[in-house]
Structure formats: structure tokens, C-alpha cells
Unconditional design. Structure first.
Length: 393
């Protein structure tokens, strides 16, 4: 927009113009530009780090699928149950999902946003909900009360909002959130911690794609000298040259195609700089950072150059011990406490590592060590193994 009262009456200053013979056909990358990061909201991070990034996608799927497949045991202070209304509810939580699908969606929401929400629908056996549904974290908002605790949750979809009142008992929503040191109501997701590495990895992939579109080699310059060495292309000649370059010499299908230059045109190739040669290592380093943010050994998702673990089996055990089982324990504990409120009796849901094939060797060693401990009674051995005491008689 022009502001005519600025400098009224003064003649406009003449702007000095400089021209270069190759200025129209040489493109230089500006190294002083500001860094542009992707937005940090849940939807943008999910698109950039999960939908559009193979490392983030594989890390989330690997954790969610492994955690959803871990068997859960239901017990109270007296016994472990093979048959229980809670187990029946989890076996078929709703008409469209089974146990694995429900928990995979729940774990995925926690990993992508730091928050997971379970909704109780209807009333079933023993006061338990008739169905359980996972709600999308990006649509849920916490409504804090006067005391700072959530007084309600608002779920927005299709331009409408539905309010879940948390004043009564039992609670209609189970909110599972990761630890966040700077937020009282929402959790911090691994995707947020890995956001910078995701941007670097995606930018590296875009750079590689652009390089492939330009015949998989660095760009060069076409210099026009003219008959006397001082010539300049006319607008028509320049447009024709650009069109021919785009049609006949750009893209993977034109890789290696010879270039025919008319009189006065000279091709000056530009070689790879040392920074270009290290670009691939930068992408691998970003991929390792993404995997580490999620707690997945890079070896498990095929990232080369990772020597932390001696072999694949060791990395697999570390993955379960350090990432999968802690996540399952946190989510199962929250769900058990929430369902206990509906049931009217306290029950405990916990992972059963004895049924995880990746931990079979560890399990056998642990059981053998406890079993051979002669200074322990049978009751103490059961307690050490996490088993409830035997019934009297």
C-alpha cells in the first residue's frame, strides 16, 4: 500500500541498478535466511512427524503395536482372575474394535500428542461401561475448575462441542497423559521433543527429491558471453532457454541426456561442496534422534551406524524393558483405577512380561534365580514374582 503523505513534494531518489551478464540464469542460494520450523500443534506435528515421516511412522507403530500385544493380567489383593467382567470388557470394548485395536489407538494417541482419552459409554455388567471408545486428542480440551482440577472435558467435532461433566462419579472420561513439566493439564509427547529432528529429516528428504528432479547432480550455470563477450540474452531468448531446460533436461527421466548449446552459451557445472557430501550423514543423525526420542533402538528400524547394542536380540529386549513395558504399566494402571471407580471395587491391571517372547530368556533366568533361593519361603517367592498369595487350604 502506498502512503502519499510520506515525502510529499520531494523527488523520488534514483535507485542504482546493477546488471550481471549471467544474472538471469544463475540462481544462488541465500545462506542468511531465517530458519523456518513447522508448527508445534498436535495436528501439524502428526502430519509432519507421523504421516509424512517414515522414521516417526515406524517408531510410533512399532511401540503401539508391541504395547497393544502385551498380555494383561487382572488381579486384586487376594487372587488373579482368569475370568472377570473387566477382562470381558477389554476383550471386546466396542462393536468396531477388539482389545488390540483399542489399545493400539490409545497408545498411538499418547505417543503422538502426550494425551490419551477413553470414553465410557452406557452401562454394562457390574456397573462397568457397556463400551469403551478412544477419543482423538486434537479434538479434546480440558475445562479447569476453580480448584485447578478438570471440571469437564469438551470434545469438538464437525463444528459442534460435546461436554463431559467430571463433577460426579464415576468419571465418564479417563485422561492418560505423559509427564509435562510446564503444563498442568496436557502431557508432553515424544513427537514434540523430536520436532526439530523431524524438520531436519523432512527437509533432507525434500532436498534429495529436488536433487533427483534435477538429474541427480548439483545444478550449474549457463553463461552467455555473446559475440564480443559482453552480450545479454533478450527476453524471448531467455524464456526459450528456460523452457527447453525444464522440458528436456530436468527430472529423473532426463538424467544423462546430452545438452545442445548454441553459439555463445557455455555450461559451468557446480560440484558438491563438503557440506553437500555430509548431507546424508545429517539425515541419518536426524533419524537417530527421532528414534531415540521415542525410545526405539535405531537398529530395530533399520538405521545404519548404530552400535549401541551388540545384536538385534539385545536391542529388542532393551526396547521392551525401557519403552514398551513402562508405557503399558502407566496406561494399564490408569485404566484399572478408572474402571475400579465404575466397578465399586479395586482391581489392578498389569502387563504380563512372562508371556512376551522377546523376554523369554530373561524370564527363565529370573524364575530360576528365585526358585533356587532356599532362604525364601513359597509365599515370599510368589510375592517376588508378582503373584498373589495362594488361597487358604
Amino acid at each position: 500500500m502506498a502512503f502519499p503523505w510520506f515525502g510529499r513534494g520531494a523527488a523520488p531518489a534514483e535507485v542504482e541498478k546493477k546488471a550481471s551478464a549471467a544474472g538471469k540464469v544463475v540462481a544462488l542460494a541465500a545462506g542468511s535466511g531465517r530458519v523456518v520450523w513447522s508448527p508445534r500443534d498436535t495436528v501439524s506435528l502428526t502430519h509432519a512427524g507421523f504421516v509424512g515421516n517414515p522414521v516417526g511412522f515406524r517408531a510410533v507403530r512399532l511401540i503401539a503395536e508391541a504395547a497393544a500385544a502385551v498380555p494383561l493380567v487382572c488381579q486384586d489383593r487376594e487372587r488373579r482372575y482368569d475370568v472377570h467382567p473387566v477382562l470381558d470388557l477389554l476383550r471386546r470394548p466396542n462393536a468396531g474394535q477388539g482389545r488390540a485395536e483399542l489399545f493400539e489407538a490409545l497408545f498411538g494417541q499418547v505417543l503422538l500428542s502426550g494425551n490419551g482419552y477413553l470414553e465410557a459409554v452406557g452401562e454394562g455388567a457390574k456397573g462397568l461401561p457397556a463400551e469403551l471408545h478412544v477419543l482423538r486428542s486434537d479434538r479434546m480440551a480440558v475445562v479447569p475448575g476453580e480448584d485447578g482440577w478438570p471440571s469437564a472435558y469438551e470434545y469438538a467435532v464437525g463444528g459442534r462441542k460435546y461436554r463431559f461433566d467430571m463433577a460426579g462419579s464415576p468419571d465418564p472420561i479417563c485422561h492418560i497423559r505423559s509427564f509435562h513439566p510446564l503444563d498442568d493439564h496436557y502431557g508432553l509427547s515424544p513427537m514434540q521433543a523430536a520436532a526439530v529432528a523431524v524438520d531436519v529429516h523432512n527437509s533432507a528428504s525434500s532436498w534429495s527429491k529436488a536433487l533427483l528432479d534435477n538429474a541427480a547432480r548439483p545444478s550449474g550455470a549457463i553463461v552467455y558471453k555473446g559475440a564480443d563477450g559482453q552480450g545479454a540474452l533478450s527476453p524471448d531468448q531467455y524464456d526459450r532457454l528456460v523452457t527447453e531446460m525444464e522440458m528436456h533436461h530436468q527430472g529423473a527421466r532426463n538424467a544423462g541426456r546430452p545438452m545442445l548449446l548454441e553459439g555463445g552459451l557455455d555450461w559451468k557445472p557446480m560440484g558438491f561442496s563438503p557440506s553437500d557430501m555430509e548431507f546424508h550423514e545429517t539425515k541419518l543423525a536426524a533419524a537417530r534422534e527421532i528414534a531415540q526420542a521415542f525410545g526405539v533402538p535405531p537398529m530395530l528400524i533399520g538405521i545404519p551406524g548404530e552400535e549401541t547394542y551388540a545384536n538385534y536380540a539385545e536391542a529388542h529386549r532393551a526396547f521392551y524393558r525401557l519403552t514398551v513395558l513402562p508405557l503399558v504399566a502407566r496406561v494399564a494402571s490408569a485404566v484399572a483405577w478408572w474402571l475400579s471407580e465404575h466397578l465399586g471395587a479395586e482391581i489392578d491391571l498389569r502387563a504380563d512380561p512372562d508371556q512376551v517372547p522377546a523376554l523369554a530368556e530373561e524370564r527363565d533366568s529370573h524364575w530360576r534365580r528365585i526358585g533356587e533361593a532356599g532362604f525364601l519361603t513359597e509365599a515370599e517367592k510368589r510375592a517376588a514374582l508378582g503373584l498373589p498369595p495362594l488361597a487358604e487350604g
